[in-house]
Design a binder for this molecule. Structure first.
Ligand code: AKB
Length: 312
């Protein structure tokens, strides 16, 4: 049985990860933390600014945590607007979480991203091990983070694990400040207004995954037999790759009058253009059995059904 501390528990992933882990390991074995107070506390919760390493250590120690899931981070578009804040928060938070894990002997998870790739990376079926020269602050943080997690494993024996998430789609908590956020917004607007104006250009492919598959991948990687893991901190995982017209076509199977138009945001478009069109997840499949359940149409059907209820 694990005792888990989660940072960024009110963020896009954290909001659902907490419930998933509570269901598996028990409500009292999951300590949710975030920089802002929870509207509703469904289990142990503490305020935590991840740049405060001492408080992070104390909370983990008092909770007797054996696992750290470090989710707090600024996403790609916000990091481009505020690069120094992104460096301090993304790298400062990560090193604090790794240090607490080293000192307390905790198993460790943090997500990397397709943002860890750059324009010189092969764009199609991007290999697990390849060129990583990202041109965004977020990407710089993610590559440095992957290397730092590898370092903590090699140097100190911390059981660090991680995946490179694609854009994550969910009806529970909206993402904020990401480049792939359009793929969430579009479903809300489809229900509310039967139309969407995309800030990402037609023909721009990016990898995506539905949140239930993302959560399952975290649990499976953390439970995986360590002796099978060669790529501990940077597994490519993906469920689908699409461009705006393809998600619109999927939505039209349920809302035939749905209209898609464009007002391209040059900053987020440039970030998207620097990322792969599609990544190869075969290392994750081979080393710990990763398998996504939802393709684009299955995700669309579930998103629209759940959002109709939520937005009533
Ligand atoms: C973002 O768009 O910044 C994130 C990511 C792909 O890491 N969703």
């Amino acid at each position: 049985m694990k005792r888990i501390i989660i940072t960024g528990a009110l963020g896009q992933i954290g909001s659902e990860l907490v419930g998933k882990l509570q269901g598996i390991y028990g409500v009292d074995n999951v300590l949710a933390t975030d920089i802002r107070p929870a509207a509703q506390e469904n289990g142990p919760f503490q305020l935590l600014d991840v740049t405060d390493g001492q408080r992070m250590y104390n909370l983990a120690k008092d909770f007797k945590a054996d696992t750290m899931m470090h989710m707090a981070a600024l996403l790609s578009a916000t990091a481009e607007e505020k690069p120094l804040l992104a460096w301090n928060l993304n790298m400062g938070g990560l090193v604090n979480a790794l240090e607490a894990s080293r000192e307390l002997g905790m198993q460790f998870f943090t997500p990397s991203s397709i943002g860890a790739f750059g324009p010189s990376t092969p764009k199609k079926n991007t290999p697990q091990d390849t060129l990583q020269r990202p041109t965004t602050m977020y990407g710089v943080n993610k590559v440095a983070g992957e290397l730092l997690c590898d370092y903590y494993f090699q140097k100190f024996g911390v059981d660090t694990r991680g995946v490179r998430f694609p854009g994550l789609v969910s009806y529970v908590a909206q993402p904020g400040g990401g480049t792939t956020d359009y793929a969430v917004d579009i479903y809300y607007k489809a229900i509310e207004q039967q139309q969407y104006t995309s800030y990402i250009k037609s023909g721009t492919y990016m990898d995506m995954m539905y949140m239930p598959d993302a959560l399952q991948s975290i649990v499976e990687l953390m439970e995986a037999d360590a002796s099978r893991l060669e790529h501990r901190n940077s597994f490519n995982v993906t469920a689908m790759s699409f461009e705006p017209e393809e998600i619109a076509a999927s939505i039209r199977k349920h809302i035939p009058d749905f209209k898609l138009s464009y007002d391209v945001d040059p900053i987020r478009q440039a970030i998207a253009d620097s990322w792969p069109d599609s990544i190869d997840a075969s290392a994750a499949k081979k080393e710990w059995g990763f398998q996504a359940q939802y393709d684009l149409d299955a995700m669309t059907a579930d998103m629209l059904e759940k959002l109709k209820i939520k937005l009533q």
